[in-house]
Design a protein around this ligand. Sequence first.
Ligand code: AMP
Ligand code: GLY
Length: 381
Amino acid sequence: MALDVTDHAAVIAFCAERDIALVVIGPEAPLVDGLSDALRAAHVPVFGPSQAAAQLEGSKGFTKDLCARAGIPTAGYVRTASLADARAALARFQPPYVLKADGLAAGKGVVIAETLADAEEALADMFGGGFGGAGAQVVIEEFMQGEEASFFALTDGTAIVPFGSAQDHKRVDDGDVGPNTGGMGAYSPAPVLTPELQARVMAEIIEPTVRTMREEGNPYQGVLFAGLMLTAEGPKLIEYNARFGDPECQVLMMRLENDLVAIMLACAKGELAGTEVALRDQTALTVVMAAKGYPGTPDKGGAIALNDAEADGAKVFHAGTALKDGALVANGGRVLNVTATGASVTEAQAKAYAAVDRITFPSGFCRRDIGWREVAREAST
Ligand code: AMP
Ligand code: GLY
């Protein structure tokens, strides 16, 4: 049955009819739209933050202001609501200029401008409605230098349980070039985020965030996904997501030993304290197979044959597929997540690409270098 998730009353009625014991809200839009508040008010257990707490993803300015209040390491910034103020503020920054539409923009709200002229043009576009309502306010940030990695934690608003690390590949083409995408592949764990760095991320970023949100009356419940820049001064927050991340979720789930429902219910009920998340000591790596045209307009409807892709223990997650007259076809930008595990990134990568190579998908493509940073480090040790 198709359910319109923007119709909160319909979702609540559905949950009552089917006696639903837990709702897990995956994407950011229904979180920012307050679906979790509506369900909680109807006494339906929900995994996912309230509308107020989902601002950590829904408003870049909200998160930057929170970092400033709580002393959380992040890029210096200015938050402005007018083009004139934004243009004036540019003088306080060096190129490259990092400009962000405040609201949700499906991963497209960030512009990195090399020159002042490009920065002014991007600001005019943001304030001119180029990003819809998301651009009513703009954050201008200092450019941070370093390697990016992601860190995940579950929280019920008070207790916090680390959920491991991952590294995504945002650019569409090999070698990290071309336009940004939602993510073309990921692996977990990300060894660049050493145990020492993870301890710093917990102490300097995650814990003060959860504490400050709670103290300010917006307890955050669900998964916190911290996008980090590992700078020479230490890890700094780039942004938060209020969800597991795609394709980070796929690699984290491949490693999870716990019963996922039990830990999500513990979060939903405020009973997370004492829970431990056990992740297999293996690397999981996923390669996104996308439809040609992505991240622009994808070529929909192309035939896919999975063949024996899962024969050697690989797992193919479907992201944008459909069945047409009983046959599998592409039905979105990112179509499949071909995922494998191994003792190292190198081994997981080899297994994932062996599975990719078994799949027939003429109108699709993928990057061939997912995990390259870590594969290079493994080769040099
Ligand atoms: P975001 O949507 O905030 O994650 O930004 C998208 C991408 O832009 C990030 O993954 C980084 O590669 C880059 N980025 C964002 N903010 C900064 C910054 N302050 N310095 C350098 N790169 C950044
Ligand atoms: N892969 C990045 C995200 O889900 O936001």
